[in-house]
Design a protein around this ligand. Structure first.
Ligand code: GLY
Ligand code: MN
Ligand code: MN
Length: 542
């Protein structure tokens, strides 16, 4: 073989193997189909569910934000592009050629020019071959749809955020898809009553006008829980009315609204998808466990690398470098790295302090791997050794976390870990004299401990009792900002410890256990050498 031919063959072989080296461990098409079947099984006869993909969102001028799919949409389809629609039917439909189908995915149309700039699209063929859909069409066909939505008894949608814009560059983007759906279904958001509003309307309807002073009081109290009720002009007039004739008129108007029937239901999907998503399948557990382990290993590397001269930004970079090294695609939420008083801001994402000094550093970060996000927090002393005060507070948070984790057992209420941890924190702070009574409503622990994780960092769920294969965080914390009403030696201490716990038949399994948690283990890890100790870059400031 001539030399150039050998080169050519070698070049082809390398470029082919490079091209084929893309991640293949995403959720499988069978997983997504299984989830659609599970949802369909919950749908009543003659109903249809319509879900929209996320739109592309603009960052500035020619630059868009990195696209992220809506997690419910992803859960049901595996589609990772914007501007799609999933239509699921409870009963088989028949198309114009007599072919029967019970689902349809509308996708972005293939477009060579757009794909040259912004990357490949799956198109109809990809939706069928890669995602395993039996039927797929271009999104434009959803706008020209021949689906007769009026023929269904129920139409299930998710609440629209209405934060899509018409870029006018694309005639079948989410903005257009949602607009056409609204037209085809005579969508009217005023027909949807929240559960609280529904209850109040029923009360207004059923209470004789003579007794309506009571109802007015109840409306007043409900306003504190749901200030959006203020926008309900008739209800507000009813609350304040003194004239019985006016009250009667308003009562009739409200009764009519209560009876107005809409076939569109905005609760079914969120309720049923929460029920499905809160229990993880084995396929999900593989990916979620990997996201959590990557995040825990990021904490380990930072423990070894951290030095008082470093900045919050630099630490964030080390965590995120570990994520990328493992091929994680994103962070699951903006990384939180706060030294000292910054650690007392629960969702501090500026991460801009240039020197850690001898402070404690609170680091709440999670890798997103194949769509699944971890949520892991460690709080460690920048100089490698906890001070007496830091130790005292840390130990309380640790004990609260341990007590909580022990309650992650099947059948236990999901509210229990939080209650147990609050009790321990109250006692601990009281013993140290930071609060003056066990009943003091103090501001040092202003959040709960337990939320599901999965495709969302705050994954949907019903929050009843723990069940097998739930993955839930346990994250107590104590935050004593500068200027707090206690001895100033406690000021600027902000500590959260957060782990991701899998509920199993044999008890809780801490998926993030690779990141040390006890004071001794952390100090030991921080004393180790880091590969980054020798990573010195040129100084650009002189
Ligand atoms: N990282 C957000 C949270 O802990 O819930
Ligand atoms: Mn959390
Ligand atoms: Mn967190």
């Amino acid at each position: 073989m001539k030399m150039y031919k050998i080169f050519f063959v070698a070049f082809l072989a390398t470029s082919f193997s490079l091209f084929s080296q893309i991640p293949t461990d995403f959720l499988s098409k069978d997983f997504h189909k299984g989830r659609r079947d599970a949802l369909r099984a919950k749908m009543p006869v003659n109903s249809v569910a319509v879900l929209f993909a996320n739109p592309l969102r603009n960052r500035a001028n020619d630059v868009d934000y990195v696209f992220h799919q809506d997690p419910n949409f992803y859960y049901l389809t595996g589609y990772r592009e914007p501007n799609g629609v999933l239509v699921l039917f409870s009963n088989n439909q028949t198309d114009e050629n007599g072919v029967s189908y019970n689902e349809m995915l509308y996708v972005q149309e293939r477009d060579a020019r757009a794909e040259q700039w912004n990357g490949k699209r799956l198109g109809i063929e990809g939706a069928i071959e890669v995602l395993g859909f039996q039927m797929a069409k271009n999104a434009n066909d959803f706008i020209q749809t021949n689906i007769n939505f009026k023929s269904f008894d129920r139409i299930f949608i998710e609440k629209f955020n209405d934060d899509y814009r018409d870029s006018a560059k694309n005639t079948a983007e989410v903005y257009d898809l949602v607009s056409s759906f609204k037209e085809n279904t005579a969508y009217n958001p005023n027909n949807f009553l929240s559960p609280m509003k529904k209850q109040i309307y029923e009360l207004v309807k059923s209470t004789p006008i003579e007794n309506s002073a009571n109802v007015a009081q109840i409306i007043g109290r409900a306003l504190a829980y749901d200030p959006s009720l203020k926008r309900d002009a008739d209800l507000m007039k009813f609350k304040d009315a003194t004239d019985n004739r006016l009250k009667k008129e308003l009562q009739q108007k409200i009764a009519l609204k209560l009876d107005a029937k809409t076939t569109i239901d905005i609760h079914f999907l969120s309720n049923n998808l929460a029920t499905l998503r809160e229990i993880k399948t084995s396929e999900e557990l593989v990916l979620l466990t990997k996201a959590v382990r990557i995040s825990a290993i990021g904490q380990v590397e930072v423990m070894k690398a951290m030095k008082p001269h470093m900045s919050e930004t630099e630490l964030q970079g080390i965590h995120e470098f570990v994520y990328k090294k493992y091929g994680a695609e994103y962070e699951g939420y903006p990384s939180i790295v706060g030294a000292g008083n910054n650690g007392c801001i629960l969702h501090y994402i500026e991460n801009s302090k240039t020197k850690l000094g001898n402070e404690l550093v609170l680091m709440d970060l999670g890798a997103e791997y194949r769509g699944f996000t971890a949520d892991v927090t460690r709080t460690i002393p920048a100089n490698g050794v906890f001070s007496k005060e830091q130790k005292a507070i840390y130990q309380i948070v640790y004990d609260a976390q341990e007590a909580g984790i022990a309650a992650y057992v099947i059948g236990e209420s999901m509210a229990t870990p939080n209650l147990l941890s609050k009790k321990i924190v109250d006692q601990g702070l009281f013993q140290l004299g930071i609060i003056n009574s066990l009943d003091e409503k103090h501001p040092y622990y202003p959040h709960g401990t337990s939320h599901h994780i999965g495709l969302d960092v705050h994954d949907p769920g019903n929050y009843g009792n723990f069940e097998e294969n739930m993955v839930v965080t346990m994250e107590p914390g104590i935050y004593i900002p500068d200027g707090s009403n206690c001895d100033e030696r406690w000021w600027g201490i902000g500590i959260r410890i957060e782990d991701d716990i899998l509920v199993t038949k044999t008890g809780p399994v801490n998926l993030s256990a690779e990141a040390p948690r006890t004071i001794e283990e952390i100090e030991k890890m921080m004393a180790k050498k880091s590969i980054l100790d020798d990573f010195v870059l040129p100084n650009l400031d002189n």
